[in-house]
Design a protein around this ligand. Structure first.
Ligand code: NI
Length: 178
């Protein structure tokens, strides 16, 4: 498994609608393994393929940390689709590995049902609530080129984007000097 570099906003690859996965092969399984490794290393609770520069509809997540008595629960969702969303909403302070150290309240449906393919090519469907529901919706947004800051007012979004541009310049400079 390899830790892959995570793209930082703004990046045109984070704004693209990703293509459905047609074949589940070794390359895709390697991508999923690398994404899980990259997510745990960050650390984060979710990661979508475009965040590592792969424009395919794949996401990984593990929100089990807060659950009572549960060990890790790494999940890989291929071609995920929301099949039902609750009318009840929930606000959660979200962050994103592509927008480091920036957090903001986002309101989304409190519970969702999601259908996806697992790495064995089997169709799965599950009901998500709590942090899992927030996370899976945030990650599916990534597959449609949408970031959590797109839910914020334009001024707030621009402020965060400027901070990220500055961070990227600083990182590039540090790399050049190294
Ligand atoms: Ni994100």
């Amino acid at each position: 498994m390899t830790i892959r570099p995570i793209l930082i906003h703004p990046d045109p690859r984070l704004k693209k609608v990703c293509a459905p996965v047609e074949v589940i092969d070794d390359e895709l399984r390697r991508l999923a393994d690398d994404m899980l490794e990259t997510m745990y290393d960050a650390p984060g609770v979710g990661l979508a393929a475009p965040q590592v520069g792969v424009l395919k509809r794949v996401l990984v997540m593990d929100c089990a940390k807060g659950d009572e008595g549960d060990g890790p629960r790494p999940m890989v969702l291929v071609n995920p689709e929301v099949t039902w969303a609750s009318e009840e909403t929930r606000s959660y302070e979200e962050g994103c590995l592509s927008i480091p150290e920036q957090y903001a309240e986002v309101t989304r449906p409190a519970e969702v049902r999601v259908r996806w393919l697992d790495l064995g090519g089997e169709m799965r469907e599950e009901h998500f609530s709590g942090l899992w529901a927030t996370c899976v919706q945030h990650e599916i947004d990534h597959l449609n080129g949408k970031l959590f800051i797109d839910y914020l007012k334009p001024l707030r979004r621009q402020m965060i984007t400027r901070k990220m541009m500055k961070l990227k310049r600083e990182r590039a400079r540090a790399k050049a000097e190294a």
